[in-house]
Design a protein around this ligand. Structure first.
Ligand code: SF4
Ligand code: SF4
Length: 527
């Protein structure tokens, strides 16, 4: 077995897994209403396929992937579409987003499920099926899996396929329970990923305090060449860069992707959904969520997407005293929510009812000046200089913050956690990133406006030139028809002479020149 490597920094956090991982995964009852956001993934929002009033079946696609980086959305249960509108969704911004609301009918009537034999299909067909099934990364990143399972244009064969079972956030335990209870399904999904990526090796990284999960995964992998590796329980070992470093010793270059160094990494729950999508023909309709903190009965619960957080908390016995805020995700990398009526989405791995010492990293303390102690530098797993980033972010010197690799910051919170001056460092980095993105957007908008204005000027100029050219073409014809030339002047005279000629031809053959002249004289007064 190969040796493990290490990464710089990291933290030993107080673990709170046993609060929720001591019982099997429960199943949340069907709620009367499901609010299904169309944007539950990274990339373009899905395009609706239904209208208000439509009856839908469980598993029916209600919005299709729109573009390469996108994912389909399905009805989590049978019922009627009652609304399609903006509703609050779980997002740090607190903003609303497009949702399809389904009144469930309690019948759970399925679409016809069509399992596929992936070995008989071209890889692109398997990827297409995963896209249509709405499979995305369930570790929280929600990046469409079909894109990560396509190496075309990325330099050929993969060295290492990594399955991430680290789950390093101190309160989250859903992946732990999935590995203990559904290891066979995870490995079945892994077979499909291996079929698509043909990696040289397959490594499964699990923190060494998850003893049962490690045993279950080793048993499920028996007879394969997949290697289950126990990694140190050290935050943030579940972060992609750190896990890759731990297992392979490789480092992802700044601004690079795992595929750039021949590695691809997936969450264990994602592998399970890959299996269900292909082997069972079931799209992603639910996920396992850790509900913990100040709730009466913390647990891991399988819940339909679109279920309100409030229903899930009620299922876990409701709030206990002392709740100050809800956090989606863990206390280290999660974000606070504005209310508990928002729906569960594919990104919801944990709901933490925080407050009164639960879910707090450190007790709230007044912020003091930086004393340049360097503790944050020691703790940073990304090898950054957090205090420099802080200075530049605070001074709005965003260019300089970028020079110090602001965008390599994974927002793990290790620096804030160890800072003796209690400076909320990560908040400064998030602020700086948001400002830079906003400025970038403004620049793009201005550039777009400039291009549109230029295009309009070009069009007006072109149209003017076309009009001028047409006028020039018309002008000679008009001139020919209206101009007064000596030749044109002669025409009426010649016509008159021509009209007069028949009379002369009809004149008597013996007419003398004198009589012709007399005729000419007579004709003049009557002409
Ligand atoms: S840990 Fe805090 S006080 Fe120490 S250098 Fe970093 S920011 Fe400054
Ligand atoms: S939040 Fe960013 S700067 Fe702070 S320790 Fe993590 S990676 Fe380093």
């Amino acid at each position: 077995m190969s040796a493990l490597f290490s990464f710089h920094g990291g933290l030993k956090t107080t673990r709170h897994k046993t609060e929720s991982n001591q019982q099997p995964i429960l199943v949340n009852p069907l709620p009367p209403q499901l609010t299904v956001p169309l944007r539950q993934h990274i990339g373009a929002i899905a395009k609706p396929l239904v209208q208000v009033g439509d009856r839908v079946l469980k598993g029916q696609m209600i919005a299709q992937a729109d573009g390469y980086i996108s994912a389909a959305v399905h009805a989590p249960s049978s019922g009627v579409v009652t609304a399609m509108e903006l509703r609050p969704v779980p997002h740090p911004s607190g903003l609303s987003d497009e949702c399809i609301v389904i009144e469930t009918d309690g019948e759970e009537r399925w679409i016809e499920r069509q399992p596929l034999d992936y070995r008989q299909l071209h890889p692109s067909e398997v990827r297409g099926a995963l896209r249509s099934a709405g499979v995305v990364g369930l570790g929280g990143a929600v990046f469409p899996s079909a894109v990560k399972l396509n190496l075309e244009g990325q330099g050929g064969q993969l060295d290492t396929l990594i399955l991430n079972g680290a789950e390093c956030e101190p309160w989250i335990s859903c992946d732990d329970r999935i590995m203990r209870e559904r290891a066979d399904e995870i490995v079945a999904g892994l077979h499909i990923m291996v079929h698509l990526l043909q990696p040289r090796e397959v490594l499964i990284g699990i923190e060494d305090d998850k003893v049962e999960a490690i045993a279950a995964m080793r048993e499920a992998c028996a007879g394969t060449n997949y290697q289950v590796r126990a990694i140190p329980t050290l935050y943030p070992s579940g972060s992609v860069k750190q896990l890759i470093k731990l297992l392979t010793g490789k480092e992802i270059p700044v601004d690079g992707l795992p595929a750039d160094i021949g590695v691809q990494c997936f969450n264990v729950a994602t592998a399970q959904t890959v299996h269900r999508a292909i082997d069972l023909g079931e799209p992603v309709l639910s996920r396992v969520v850790t509900v913990t903190g100040h709730v009466a009965r913390p647990a891991n619960v399988e819940v339909l997407l679109g279920t309100p957080f409030s229903a899930l908390i009620a299922f876990c016995g409701g709030y206990r005293d002392g709740v100050e805020r809800l956090i989606m995700g863990g206390p280290m990398m999660g974000f606070a929510l504005y209310d508990d009526e928002v729906p569960v989405t594919k990104a919801t791995n944990c709901i933490l009812a925080a407050g009164a010492g639960i879910g707090e990293l450190t007790p709230e303390q007044p912020q003091m000046p930086c004393i340049r102690c360097g503790a944050c530098v020691e703790a940073c797993p990304a090898n950054l200089l957090p205090q420099q980033l802080y200075w530049h972010a605070r001074a709005k010197e965003f260019d300089k913050a970028q020079d110090y690799h602001l965008f390599s910051c994974i927002e793990c919170g290790c620096c804030s956690y160890v800072c003796p001056s209690h400076i909320p460092l990560v908040q400064f980095y998030r602020y700086a990133k948001n400002e830079i993105w906003a400025q970038e957007k403004e620049k793009q908008k201005a550039e777009l406006a400039r291009q549109r204005h230029q295009a309009r000027l070009d069009r007006l100029e072109r149209e003017q030139k076309e009009r001028d050219a047409k006028l020039r073409q018309k002008a000679p014809r008009q001139a020919a028809s209206t101009a007064v030339t000596p030749e044109a002047d002669k025409l009426p005279i010649e016509a008159a002479v021509a009209r007069a000629k028949p009379h002369r031809i009809a004149a008597p053959a013996d007419a003398s020149p004198a009589s012709v002249a007399a005729d000419d004289d007579r004709s003049e007064p009557n002409s």
